[in-house]
Design a protein around this ligand. Structure first.
Ligand SMILES: *Cc1c(COP(=O)(O)O)cnc(C)c1O
Length: 379
């Protein structure tokens, strides 16, 4: 069976060479815009590509505003600050996520609190979230108090795992009920929709990533999405050293951050975004091929959840148990097909092992079984 899989993937990518998990494709106007950017000399903190990239991302996602950042982790950090998260606060997130989500929470000196995911969406579970908040918190004028820690739960960051949308509308209703700010980590889900609405646009703030392994890349880069004009303005201000606009004077009114996206990265982004609809179509076709291959098999392919359209950023399968998972990982990687288990659960990492963690049976079950398989756009 495992060798059938090797042959299948080799057939899809039509190569006998090493097949990585996800590599970028530069088959559009990338070189043209990069050359234009270099010729203009505006490769750094100002230039037309940053504005254009922001405008095009806003249009694509249906977000009123989009603010470019140096990477997705920085975008999350700023979104947390703009949500009022401070030292001693707590922020709910899922244990099954990439480290950036938990790290960004830590940058604000707040503490992550881990709530379980759903088995079908791989994202934060609305039922588990509601149950936890109902049994362990009360809402007062100053926010949602955690009865266990005595601290305020200020924000909640669900993550749309591998591009599959979480049940974000239900999560939003719960967050509103408990006066908790909703920030969506949509780093993996550019081009994914829930009930026809783009992920990252349900909460007050959402964030994207354009790292080299994501659906489109700017080398490194990120974006903050919001419909709130004031927050958008503040986001731009905070990511650009909080400089008060003036023709020659240098006055700053906050401790700001050098989190701006260089114009040369934005040039790459503008070209990549032009390709995105084609990339998504290509990735969905690939996902369908995997789905048919794994039909009636011990290995289960993870399909997009109900009510959603996934970008299928990284295709994922479920092995029967941890032993089988490890055998599959070993066999595929030894045969030149890159596969990967899911991230170690956040609550198991040294830095976060003292954080509050609720019953996370689904996350544990998934972590024992998930394997990501090659998902690059086929050229
Ligand atoms: C990629 C990613 C980020 C942001 O990563 P950067 O490398 O900083 O752009 C954040 N959260 C998740 C879940 C991610 O996968």
């Amino acid at each position: 069976m495992y060798s059938n899989f090797i042959n299948f993937v080799r057939g899809i990518y039509n190569t006998s060479n090493f097949i990585p998990l996800h590599e970028p494709r530069f088959i559009g106007n990338e070189k043209k815009y990069l050359n234009e950017c270099i010729d203009s000399t505006f490769v750094s903190s100002v230039g037309k590509f940053v504005d254009l990239f922001e405008k095009n991302i806003a249009k694509y996602t249906g977000s009123k505003y989009a603010i470019a950042c140096v990477n997705g982790t920085a975008a999350l950090h700023i979104a947390l600050i703009l949500s009022g998260v401070k030292q001693n606060d707590e922020v709910i997130t899922q244990p099954l996520t990439f480290i950036a989500t938990a790290n960004a929470i830590s940058y604000t000196r707040a503490k992550p609190l881990f709530i379980d995911v759903d088995k079908d969406t791989l994202g934060l579970s609305p039922e588990k979230l509601d149950k936890f908040l109902k049994n362990n918190t009360y809402v007062a004028k100053d926010g949602c108090h955690n009865l266990d820690s005595g601290k305020i739960i200020k924000a909640c960051i669900p993550m749309h795992t591998f591009g599959h949308p979480a049940r974000i509308d239900e999560i939003k209703v719960i967050c509103d009920k408990y006066h908790i700010e909703l920030i969506e980590d949509a780093a993996e889900s550019l081009g994914s929709y829930y009930k026809g609405q783009h992920t990252g646009t349900f909460g007050k703030l959402g964030t994207l990533s354009f790292n080299g392994n994501k659906t489109i890349t700017t080398g490194g880069g990120g974006m903050i999405l919001t419909n709130d004009k004031k927050l958008a303005k503040l986001a731009k201000h905070l990511t650009t050293q909080a400089k008060v606009p003036h023709k020659w004077e240098y006055v700053h009114d906050f401790i700001g951050y050098n989190y701006r996206l260089p114009n040369i990265n934005a040039a790459l982004g503008v070209a990549q975004l032009e390709q995105l609809p084609k990339f998504i179509e290509n990735k969905r076709t690939l996902a369908n091929k995997y789905k048919s291959f794994f039909e009636d098999n011990d290995i289960k392919f993870i399909s997009e959840p109900k009510n959603s359209k996934s970008n299928y950023w990284l295709n994922a399968v479920l092995l029967k148990n941890r032993d089988e998972r490890d055998k599959f990982l070993k066999f595929t990687n030894e045969n030149g097909i890159m596969t990967r288990p899911v991230w170690e659960l956040m609550n198991k990492l040294e830095m976060f092992k003292n954080c509050q963690v609720e019953n996370i049976e689904n996350a544990k079950w998934l972590a024992d079984r998930i394997v990501n398989v090659p998902s690059s756009v086929i050229v």
